[in-house]
Design a protein around this ligand. Structure first.
Ligand SMILES: C[S@@+](CC[C@H](N)C(=O)[O-])C[C@H]1O[C@@H](n2cnc3c(N)ncnc32)[C@H](O)[C@@H]1O
Length: 293
């Protein structure tokens, strides 16, 4: 990366480790901030700090080096290889679900049950639990590493009544379905939330090197399969839903294929005004009266 003359003239003031941060961070400000975090974290060991800076130079994500990511209001989510690092867009979605949708449930005495499909590190289910301690929440993920880390994250954040089950969302076994929905009216839970793999393989060249090199492809790549699966399978088992997505086609897959006599469906835009979610509710359900959005 080229830098300005002014910065070169002031180079005596520059920390010698800073240039190693630049390839991944891109701006001096961002590089400085990350270097401060690394120095704070490894303040007792210069050799560990140097190792961490070199790892960062080679593209290892900061969260895998520091092993945590703050999430929600006050959560610390442990981050490990083979499990997706929680993203800011997902954090925004959890905040929206908590403040605009679930707050209506929180006002009732109803025993609310939520399923988090593709639960990964557990960040989504734990962010919902953090604000709704009486709700029952179950996360499902196909990866054993995810189930183990999500369980660790639940304990780390002192949250109870969140369960993580290993299972295939695209081909759920009857025993998984039973555990998830059996005791509910009409076998429907109140809400299904999901951040499924939705990055198109065709966008691989545009992905950041550290994402490509370090984050699990099982968590990243998908197209319509999880949205079709929601329409065909999971929509029969919930009164409302929120799915994160990255493409208009994924939104249309849900919007065009759910029966419009039964469902109200909406778009959700992220903080960069990019389409990032689809959500909705059954028109005849109790939650429809609560959707005061
Ligand atoms: C985009 S990540 C989301 C993780 C987490 N919810 C978050 O927001 O950070 C998608 C997750 O889906 C899981 N996954 C992929 N295919 C799956 C399948 N067929 N059934 C269940 N989980 C699956 C991956 O292991 C990964 O944890």
């Amino acid at each position: 990366m080229r830098i300005s003359y002014r910065i070169i003239q002031n180079s005596k003031k520059i920390d010698p480790l800073l240039p190693f941060m630049l390839p991944q961070c891109r701006t001096i400000q961002h590089a400085n901030q990350e270097l401060i975090w690394l120095k704070n974290h490894f303040q007792n060991s210069k050799s560990k700090l140097l190792k961490a800076v070199l790892q960062r130079y080679n593209g290892k994500p900061l969260q895998y080096i520091l092993e945590t990511q703050p999430f929600g209001d006050d959560l610390t989510i442990k981050c490990k290889l083979n499990v997706l690092i929680p993203r800011w867009e997902t954090d925004d979605i959890c905040n929206y679900i908590n403040t605009k949708i679930l707050k209506n449930y929180a006002r009732t005495d109803k025993k609310v049950k939520i399923i988090d499909l593709c639960s990964g590190s557990g960040c989504v289910s734990l962010a919902l639990k953090e604000k709704n301690p009486t709700f029952e929440i179950v996360g499902v993920d196909i990866s054993d590493d995810c189930i183990q880390l999500a369980t660790e994250n639940k304990i780390l954040n002192h949250l109870q009544d969140v369960q993580y089950i290993q299972g295939n969302v695209l081909r759920p076994s009857s025993s998984l379905m039973n555990v998830l929905t059996s005791e509910k009216d009409a076998k429907r839970v109140d809400m299904i939330v999901s951040n499924p793999p939705y990055v198109l393989h065709s966008t691989l060249p545009q992905l950041n090197v550290s994402v490509k090199k370090y984050e699990p492809s099982l968590a990243l790549f998908g197209n319509l399969q999880f949205y079709e699966n929601f329409v065909n399978v999971w929509s029969n088992h919930c009164d409302s839903f929120f799915y994160e997505l990255g493409e208009e086609e994924q939104y249309l897959c849900v919007q065009n294929n759910l029966d419009s006599n039964v469902w109200s469906v909406f778009k959700w835009m992220d903080g960069n005004d990019k389409l990032r979610g689809v959500y909705g509710y059954r028109k005849n359900s109790n939650i429809s009266k609560m959707f005061n959005i």
